[in-house]
Design a protein around this ligand. Sequence first.
Ligand code: AMP
Length: 217
Amino acid sequence: MSWRYALKAYVTNPETVDDGAMIYFDDKVSIIKDSFAKSECHLLVLPRSTQLSRGHPTNIIDSKFKNEFEPYIDSAINYIFKHFQEKFRIKKGDDNEPNWEDDILREKDKFISKFIQIGIHSVPSMANLHIHVISRDFNSLRLKNKKHYNSFNTGFFISWDDLPLNGKKVGNDKDIETKYLKNHDLVCCYCQENFSNKFSLLKKHLELEFNKHFELR
Ligand code: AMP
């Protein structure tokens, strides 16, 4: 079976999968941990109807789809929020104030707006429709190259809030990949510092940023 179908078992036979990735499933959806998580917390919401995997996600995700699947997106967000609340505290600076304007682990709405990213890739690599719900730290050993980072931090990532696209075209796969994954500079998602093509520097910087903002409980 082609690697493009690596997510298939989670939607066709979730009850038989025992690799520890499965978080939740019912008739409509499976929610799993991404096996190659690009952040501290990276989940995939997978609609189980195979009909919904026929075609580009931007042609499938309309307002009706969003209404139907929004509660599952919320469940994924809640999982991530709980994970962070249980594992971390917001670090305080010298002035005893959080190193962020707000203690986002106390206020879910602020946590979501500042630190959660939801959406799809313009050119998905996996055949089964999936929506990424990911914490916006990109502090993960699995984040190994420029392409990984830019796929979440440029126009390559289509936000859930921007769907449906209402007729706007995504564009040609090759052009999008060249523009966003290859030619786009690496820009820190916390402070917007530009690392140009220097992935290893960005990676160290992301770890510093994470440790500046969070500490283990
Ligand atoms: P996309 O580029 O939007 O198609 O993303 C596909 C996602 O599936 C990536 O984040 C991969 O890390 C993830 N992935 C690939 N294989 C598996 C697998 N066997 N189990 C769970 N997640 C996977």
